[in-house]
Design a protein around this ligand. Structure first.
Ligand SMILES: Cc1cc2nc3c(=O)[nH]c(=O)nc-3n(C[C@H](O)[C@H](O)[C@H](O)COP(=O)(O)OP(=O)(O)OC[C@H]3O[C@@H](n4cnc5c(N)ncnc54)[C@H](O)[C@@H]3O)c2cc1C
Length: 559
């Protein structure tokens, strides 16, 4: 990685004292499930500001289809099975205590959502209806409006936030960087510098800052993520000295609607959970011989089987076959997907649905402890931006909304409880960022962005190899040399700088991890290796990662 990736502390030059000043107790960057749930918890102890870089209703959370994995009853056996399924999917890297506390923490979070007015789908007896997805041995996925769980979740949490006087939400407010008085490890994060199209640059001071900015799927050309999922939070935390962990692990979703030239959109795993088959162009089910759970095998297994299938046949996509569903069932259970398919004249009752895999979920992220603390004082993280070690090397379907709810609440509560209400940093700190003007020529940003996304998709995607990743590293370094030394004045430039940094971290971690494990699959190292059964943590200025070993956990579930 070129030295420039580590040299920049801030994306822009500024003098803190000359900018408008805003104060709060807890600043939360991100308004998805993790940010909103953390805000509600933190607001019990002080004033909270929540930032969204766009509209609060636009986030991965709002797009979530399948649902929330949760054990609702009090059965210890049911909790144990959910824990086992999570660990068995996680390729040997899950932190068993984080898994246990997250799974066991589901019930109170779901109960409060129901109290706050969240509408879950119910069966004919009026009980919550539970779906099943890949890697789950039991039906335990709660959903809303069929395939619009995320939209209903954002509506419910958004309404609860509105009811909470101590929370202010700033939409269209782009966080550029976290503020620290010095670069020393003990210098706390004291807020963020933000940009709003109407109000310009602003300093938001807080005694605790939570990054809940979601993942980085947008660095891939093929992705299920909404535009703007550019890894900003991971990049700004890294610039401020936080450790980025397990960045090699990017989960690919096996079934994204493939219509050449159209935007990719997800076909939820729940469609397979309801019994749809994956077939090749001749209509043959190729998952039957690939895994005992066939179409419901963990996502990495299904994604790889599809990629192998495409390599063997030279086809661009495979198909989902739901033609055997009862008449009317698909449209009733998956109304959003049925409407999306109808736009391309695909009728799932009569037609095969063309699909291919694409980047879906960022498993790695900002390294946090069990309470959401990073290695920087004053800085916390939760949700997809964080690496809590819940998912290990592979995420079990529908565990991320659960993570956002459970770990968001813990993180919001922890950071708020550590300080008395109103005892925030009421005086601005003296922070000056000076950046010399670049002497290098510039590159076309749109070109850099689309070339980066293509290269990352091709060579840091579902299968990887050391040689091509070294070439990718050189390309990212080249684009970085001519882009990271510039000063931009709008989100397009800042996002591109963040994407380059995050792509460089994914590449660095994937090159270092000389093995195949979970979603990280290397042709040159096809097996998991004991030496890499650890988490890799990358900090600025360090060429080798710090590692954290993972104790062996035995479960009885099939892998
Ligand atoms: C299509 C799709 C379907 C999915 N289906 C499911 C499912 O059924 N079940 C499940 O468990 N998971 C699902 N997932 C994954 C899940 O939705 C996400 O992992 C989860 O919602 C992430 O929540 P989050 O709060 O961490 O971040 P997000 O929901 O991604 O929210 C990020 C927030 O950060 C803000 N932000 C980002 N950068 C900045 C910045 N620089 N300044 C200010 N604000 C910023 C954004 O505006 C946004 O508000 C799905 C994901 C996708 C894309």
């Amino acid at each position: 990685m070129h030295a420039l990736f580590d040299e920049r502390r801030y994306l822009i030059p500024f003098r803190a004292s000359l900018l408008p000043q805003i104060f709060c107790d807890t600043l939360i960057v991100g308004s998805g499930v993790a940010g909103l749930r953390a805000a509600i918890a933190a607001a019990e102890h002080g004033e909270v500001i929540v930032l969204a870089k766009g509209d609060i209703r636009k986030s991965s959370t709002a797009w979530a289809q399948g649902g929330i994995a949760a054990v609702l009853g009090t059965s210890e056996q049911a909790v144990r099975m959910h824990v086992e399924d999570t660990i068995d999917t996680g390729g040997g890297l899950c932190d068993a205590s984080i898994v246990q506390s997250t799974v066991a923490g589901a019930r109170p979070r779901i109960e409060e959502l129901r109290r706050w007015g969240m509408r879950f789908d119910v069966n004919e007896e009026g009980e919550i209806s539970l779906g099943r997805e890949g890697g789950h041995r039991e039906s335990r996925i709660l959903h809303s409006d069929g395939d619009a769980t995320g939209r209903e979740l954002v509506r419910c949490l958004g309404q609860q936030v509105q009811r909470t006087a101590a929370i202010r939400v700033f939409e269209n407010c782009f966080a550029l960087d976290l503020l620290t008085v010095s670069d020393g490890d003990n210098s706390p994060v004291v807020g963020a510098i933000t940009h709003h199209p109407k109000y310009g640059l602003q300093m938001i001071w807080a005694w605790a800052t939570i990054i809940a900015t979601g993942g980085a799927g947008g660095v891939y050309r093929e992705t299920t993520n909404p535009a703007g999922t550019t890894g900003d939070g991971i990049a700004m935390a890294y610039r401020a000295g936080a450790a980025a962990a397990d960045m090699a692990f990017i989960q690919f979703h096996p079934t994204t609607l493939y219509v050449a030239g159209a935007e990719r959109s997800l076909i939820t795993e729940a469609v397979r959970g309801e019994g749809a088959h994956l077939v090749d162009r001749r209509g043959e089910r190729f998952m039957l011989g690939a895994h005992p759970m066939a179409e419901l095998a963990p996502r990495d297994v299904v994604s790889r089987a599809i990629i192998d299938q495409l390599a063997d046949t030279g086809d661009s996509h495979v198909f989902l076959d739901a033609r055997h569903f009862k008449p009317g069932f698909f449209a009733e259970r998956f109304p959003g997907i049925a409407a999306q398919l109808a736009r391309f004249d695909i009728d799932p009752e009569h037609d095969l649905i063309p699909v291919q895999p694409s980047a879906h979920y960022t498993i790695g992220g900002i390294h946090v402890d069990a309470e959401g603390r990073t290695n920087r004082p004053g800085l916390y993280a939760c949700g997809e931006a964080a690496c809590s070690r819940l998912h290990g090397a592979n995420r079990l379907a529908s565990n991320s909304l659960l993570e956002g709810l459970v770990r968001g609440e813990i993180t919001g509560r922890t950071c708020a409880e550590q300080r008395e209400p109103g005892n925030g940093p009421r005086t601005p700190k003296r922070i000056i960022s000076d950046i010399a003007l670049s002497e290098h020529g510039g590159l076309d940003l749109t070109d850099v962005r689309s070339s980066l996304r293509s290269v990352v998709w091709r060579h840091l995607g579902i299968t990887r190899s050391g040689q091509t990743m070294s070439d990718v590293r050189d390309m990212i370094d080249f684009w970085g040399r001519y882009t990271l030394d510039k000063i931009f004045d709008d989100p397009m430039g800042w996002e591109t700088q963040n994407m380059l940094l995050v792509a460089a971290l994914i590449c660095k971690s994937a090159l270092w991890r000389q093995e195949s494990r979970g979603v990280h699959n290397r042709r040159d190292f096809p097996d998991a290796r004991e030496a890499f059964r650890c988490h890799d943590l990358w900090r600025k200025g360090q060429s080798e990662p710090a590692t954290i070993d993972v104790p062996t956990v035995a479960t009885g579930a099939p892998t």
